[in-house]
Ligand binder design. Sequence first.
Ligand code: ADP
Length: 180
Amino acid sequence: MQHRGVTVWFTGLSGSGKTTISQALEKKLRAAGAKLEILDGDIVRTNLTKGLGFSKEDRDENVRRIGFVANLLTRNGVIVLVSAISPYRDVRDQVRQRIGDFVEVYANASVEVCESRDVKGLYKKARSGEIKNFTGISDPYEEPLTPEVNCETEQETLEESVNKVMAKLEELGYITPVAV
Ligand code: ADP
């Protein structure tokens, strides 16, 4: 497989499937020999953006810093998989403008379904008030209006979601399978 640099930006509620899809995609792309990096919101918040909180200002700053690194990698030919709630449309669009080679993937699931999954037990804490400013419960989420890929994770299997992203990357010319 040949590829160009691109940032694949997963946005969506906590528990919507960002990490799961990006990790499955990582496996597939690595197996095909791609140069790839993952910037996962949960991990980034323990280093690059450590100390930032969950106000709008801090969430936007978190997204800008992730975008800054993603841009450096993208222009050096790396496929960057970003997985971050990134709830505000404006700053997502700013990052898109800056990077250019940017594919937005909406991990789309209702808050009810995400809450019933409660992968990390965070919704329970948000409901009890232990966590404040929790996206979807006590903080806003602005869904993308025209994402390149809409993964409806309530209905699709993981494989279907991954294949949708792969197909879009191919359609846009970011990855090209090489005949052997
Ligand atoms: P996020 O990274 O968005 O917080 P996670 O990836 O940690 O979310 O959790 C998503 C959950 O949804 C997982 O338990 C996963 O198995 C489940 N799931 C069900 N269908 C899908 C799908 N099509 N794509 C991704 N995840 C799915």
